[in-house]
Design a protein around this ligand. Sequence first.
Ligand SMILES: [Zn+2]
Length: 226
Amino acid sequence: MIATGNRLIVFTMVVATLAAFTARLAFAEDYAMSGIPLDDPRWQNTLDRVNGMIAAKAKAAEEAGEEKTVEIMQHIEGTSYLARARTPQRTAGSVARALGNPIVPPGEWETIRIDLPEESKPLADGEKFLKMIEEIGKTFQYTNTLGAKATVKVCRLAGTGDEYAPLSMEGFVSRLKAGETWAVTVTQVTKACNFCRGAKIVNGATCRQCKGVGGEAIQRAITIRW
Ligand SMILES: [Zn+2]
C-alpha cells in the first residue's frame, strides 16, 4: 500500500512539473512547431499570427512610402519600367495657407526604375499614375538617349514586396522546415477586465474600460521556428 502511494505521489509531481513547463513554453522566446501535428489548430492560429504581423508590416511600409506622380518612360523587362517620378502638387497645410501659399508646387522629376507587381497590366510610354512608392536599396544602370551610362534608383510600390505577401499553410510549413523564423508579438492578458470580464465587447461595442484589450495585458516577443 505504501509503495503504491509513493508511486502515485511521484506521478502527480511529474504531471505538475510538465504542466508548469508547458505553460511557460507557451510564452517562451522560442516557439517550436516541429512537434505539433499538422492537423492541430495551433498551426492555423500560428499562421494567422504570422500573416497578421506581415499585414501590419505592409501597412507600415505603405505609410513610410511617399506618394509620387510616376510617368512611364520606357519598358525595361517584365513589369519593370524606366520612369520619372516627382512629388505631386498639393494644397499647403494650414500654416502655409495662412501665409498665403495655398499651393505647394510639385517636386523635381527624378528618373527611376519602377518594378511593378508581376500581375500588373502592361503600361505604355507616357502613362501616369499617383502611388506611394519606396526605394528598395538597389540601383539600375542603363544607356540613355545621348548614349551615356546613367544609374538610377530602383523603386516599387510601397508595401508590395515579397516579404509582405501573406503566406499559405504549405509555404509556411516548407519555409519553417528550411530554417526560416518569424518574430511575432503576442498580447497576453494577465488580469481580466473587471468591466467586460475579458469579453472585450459590451453591448456590441468595444469595451471602453479596457479599450478592447480584455484586461491588463503584456506584450511577449516570440520567435516561431521549426
Ligand atoms: Zn473590458
